[in-house]
Design a protein around this ligand. Structure first.
Ligand SMILES: Nc1ncnc2c1ncn2[C@@H]1O[C@H](COP(=O)(O)OP(=O)(O)OP(=O)(O)O)[C@@H](O)[C@H]1O
Length: 261
């Protein structure tokens, strides 16, 4: 795990392309059904280090299912998810739940619209939690958490409980917590859904700067075209399938088409 601490990136501009980077995460022929509903109907997607991919589509089109499947939270009925770890490719779909849970803790970060932060804990305790769970002593975990909070513009707010923060500040805590272990892929599901547009913009800057700005990958589900426009690539789902890219006619998520920034 890379637990390096960040410099400030609250206003960082992420790179817009990742053409030469290898796929850090890929899903091939992903199918997932729930009873008679088909959430994923054969999705191919490759995400490269240093790129941000927005997943868009109508309600029920399969966005969250795709995010959860790529992240190893949901197992597909068929198809394969592969993660490129520092020690080589890992078949996420073939892992048992215990190993997948470890992979999620160590290599992935998660930012959701709300929840997940523990209201009884302070900003620094929430941020340090993944490191504490990984066995770090409190002092070291909180030292690293403090660096992340400062880099995200939250210096001085470490001791506040979540209810004492604004929505945008709380999302920055969630971003800090998602990355304190050095996650190489961050998954975000409607990370700005509860925020006004100016705050949403700031939170996206923090999210992009702290992920793709550091050479990591960001996969973000959003209904917001403004959020999607800030990502290096947008894929659109309909009925569990990726729609062809309107500009090129290529299927935007497929590894063959690569990054269409
Ligand atoms: N746990 C589940 N049990 C049953 N059906 C599910 C479950 N999760 C998803 N589905 C179904 O799978 C389809 C895709 O759902 P998903 O949540 O991935 O869509 P979405 O595009 O993220 O929607 P939204 O924008 O409303 O969050 C829907 O028809 C949904 O009802």
């Amino acid at each position: 795990m890379n637990f390096s601490t960040p410099s400030s990136f609250t206003n960082a501009t992420p790179p817009t392309t990742a053409f030469s980077a290898p796929a850090i995460l890929s899903g091939s022929a992903l199918v997932k059904t729930y009873g008679s509903s088909t959430a994923l109907a054969g999705v191919n997607i490759a995400v490269r280090a240093g790129e941000s991919v927005a997943i868009m589509g109508a309600s029920g089109s399969g966005k969250t299912t795709l995010l959860h499947t790529l992240a190893g939270i949901t197992s597909p009925d068929s198809g394969r998810v592969e993660f490129q770890s520092a020690s080589g490719p890992i078949d996420v779909t073939a892992m048992n739940e215990r190993d997948r849970s470890r992979l999620r803790r160590e290599a992935f970060g998660f930012v959701f619209q709300q929840g997940l932060l523990i209201p009884e804990l302070t900003a620094i305790e929430n941020t340090a939690l993944p490191l504490m769970l990984a066995g770090y002593p409190r002092r070291e975990a909180e030292g690293r958490a403090q660096h992340w909070l400062a880099a995200l513009g939250l210096a001085g707010m470490e001791a506040r409980r979540i209810g004492e923060l604004s929505g945008g500040q709380a999302q920055r805590v969630a971003i800090a917590r998602a990355q304190v272990t050095g996650a190489t892929v961050v998954f975000a599901d409607e990370p700005t859904g509860a925020l006004d547009s100016a705050t949403s913009d700031d939170v996206m800057s923090a999210l992009l700067g702290s992920t793709v700005g550091q050479g990591h990958a960001l996969v973000v589900v959003t209904h917001d075209e403004t959020v999607a426009a800030r990502c290096s690539r947008v894929i659109r789902l309909r009925d569990g399938r990726i729609l062809p890219d309107a500009t090129t006619g290529a299927v935007a998520g497929s590894s063959e088409t690569g990054v269409s920034a």
